[in-house]
Design a protein around this ligand. Structure first.
Ligand code: PLP
Length: 508
């Protein structure tokens, strides 16, 4: 508590300064007294806040110390403030409600917990892609890694050292595209592990994939330009492209990923094509080679940029890694997007773009202007984390952990699978999809889960075209084994009870 209380002292001084700068016919003592009393009564000055020492307050405000002391003494006498010998003057412990009744102020109306704001139409549209704040945690939360397994102590040590040794240049505005050491080590990793063609100059470090999508949309798409989107697909990318005014055209995904033979008719040629070819989000399918080549050819022929989102390719269990689409072509039309959110943790807010040469300079400049670069010490710590082998070790551990958790979830769902529940295939990633026969079943399961505090993600919510394909996206990476098992058993039971009441397994 102590530092917070101490910080309050500075703010009180500043706020009183503003108050006294207003024109008034009252004496300085009265104005100081009134301001402090009103703030205490309204709760703006919380119980326990320490006032600056009177000498310092007088000097900050440019008034005599006696003026300050007079106002304070009055508030002490009335019980609003109390002096603690040797510690200073503090706001007394008078809870808001009690203060009102003691001093007979007009009771304040409780603030509306959901005030209406008038948003732009873009803002209103954007909210359709945004879950209410509060988050989605525990069993089934998609995309959340095992945060409790992250080697925090080691990471803290690295951070501390790099923060301490940071050159002064890292405190400045910069437009380098990120710390050189990180761009170099990311390049080594991407070339070897993901078969990406890249040089460090092509890497632009951003604050997560999301910022990368936003930059791509703003730099390459004009309002009304078409972007082909996987259907079902990733809501984060949908939100970015929609907010940038692009026209999203949903392209169906089947067992081999986005099927460009089924692009809906009647739209202009795409400017962007967004894909998750290594592990389609959320269906989990891998785009086959012929589809990949056809996609690259289509992009080339139409002058479109392919946005390859390679968000969780590190997590393939027992299956050979799939090379990135970007590495398949000499063509310069693929922008590779990577993130550290899945491998390390989302709060890190670090991701990167591998840009075709022609985009490097414009993207660097625009990023530095729109978002500003920064967090260089964190980037340097990450470079060391990767170069020293901690990254690979962590990936190996997490691969093992997620493989087990996926197996646990499959095992827990076995009774339902035996009766026809269809799960997505593949030994990869951090979630499974349970395909359902109808939106009614989807809605019923989501509602039953919500009643127990189990948050289920309906697959229809990942679709741009209503009503969307029914199913559930079941994250398993971020919750402990026991919780996954228990939640999986619960889901199997619920599905079976609905299925007995008439629901059936869906056509695949
Ligand atoms: C498909 C997909 N792409 C990218 C990301 C990562 O986004 P970010 O780096 O902004 O955390 C996620 C995270 O949920 C995702 O599911």
């Amino acid at each position: 508590m102590e530092p917070v209380v101490a910080v309050h002292a500075d703010w009180v001084s500043e706020a009183l300064g503003i108050e006294l700068s207003q024109p008034s016919s009252h004496t300085l003592v009265r104005r100081l007294y009134r301001a402090l009393r009103t703030w205490i009564q309204s709760g703006r000055l919380a119980s326990g806040s320490r006032l600056p020492p009177s000498r310092r307050l007088a000097s900050d405000l440019g008034v005599g110390r006696n003026t300050v002391l007079e106002a304070i003494d009055q508030l002490v006498a009335e019980g609003f403030l109390e002096t603690r010998p040797g510690a200073g003057t503090f706001v007394a412990d008078l809870p808001f409600g009690r203060v009102e009744s003691v001093f007979e102020e007009e009771p304040r109306e409780a603030p509306d917990p959901f005030p209406e704001a008038s948003l732009s139409s873009r803002g209103e549209r954007l909210l359709k892609f945004c879950a209410p704040s509060g988050g989605h945690r525990g069993a089934f939360a998609p995309g959340v890694p095992a945060l409790d397994r992250f080697p925090r102590e080691l990471w803290q040590r690295l951070l501390k050292r790099h923060q301490r040794d940071a050159p002064e240049a890292w405190l400045d505005y910069r437009t380098q595209g990120g710390v050189t050491a990180l761009r170099e080590v990311l390049c080594d990793y991407l070339r070897l592990s993901r078969s990406v063609r890249c040089r460090p100059e092509q890497v632009l470090v951003v604050q997560g994939a999301q910022q990368g999508f936003e930059l791509i949309a703003r730099m390459l798409g004009d309002a009304g330009d078409v972007v082909w989107m996987e259907e079902p697909g990733y809501g984060g990318a949908q939100a970015c492209f929609d907010a940038s005014g692009l026209e999203m055209v949903p392209v169906p995904v089947d067992g081999e990923g986005m099927d460009i033979e089924r692009v809906p008719a009647g739209h202009a040629a795409p400017r962007l094509i967004y894909v998750t070819p290594s592990h389609q989000y959320p269906s989990g399918v891998t785009m086959g080679l012929s589809r990949r080549l056809a996609l690259l050819e289509a992009a080339e022929a139409r002058g479109a940029w392919v946005v390859e989102d390679d968000y969780d390719s590190e997590f393939r269990y027992g299956q050979r890694p799939i090379a990135a689409l970007q590495g398949l072509t000499e063509s310069a039309r693929v922008i590779y997007v990577g993130t550290l959110s899945k491998v390390l943790y989302p709060g890190l807010r670090l991701g990167y773009l591998v840009l075709p040469d022609a985009l490097v300079e414009p993207f660097r400049r625009a990023n530095a202007r729109l978002h500003r670069e920064g967090q260089y010490a964190v980037q340097a710590a990450l470079a060391e984390f990767i170069a020293a082998g901690h990254f690979s070790r962590h990936v190996r551990r997490m691969r093992d952990c997620y493989r087990k958790r996926q197996a646990l979830l499959r095992r827990a769902l076995t009774p339902a699978v035996a009766q026809g529940l269809v799960l997505s295939e593949g030994q990869a990633g951090m979630h499974l999809v349970a395909w359902l026969d109808s939106l009614e079943t989807e809605r019923a399961l989501v509602a039953r889960g919500a009643a127990l505090g189990i948050s289920l993600s309906p697959l229809s919510g990942y679709c741009l075209t209503p009503p969307g394909r029914p199913g559930l996206v079941l994250g398993y990476a971020g919750a402990p084994d026991g919780e996954i098992l228990q939640a999986g058993r619960w889901l199997a039971q619920e599905w079976l009870s609905l299925s007995e009441a008439g629901a059936a397994s869906p056509p695949r």
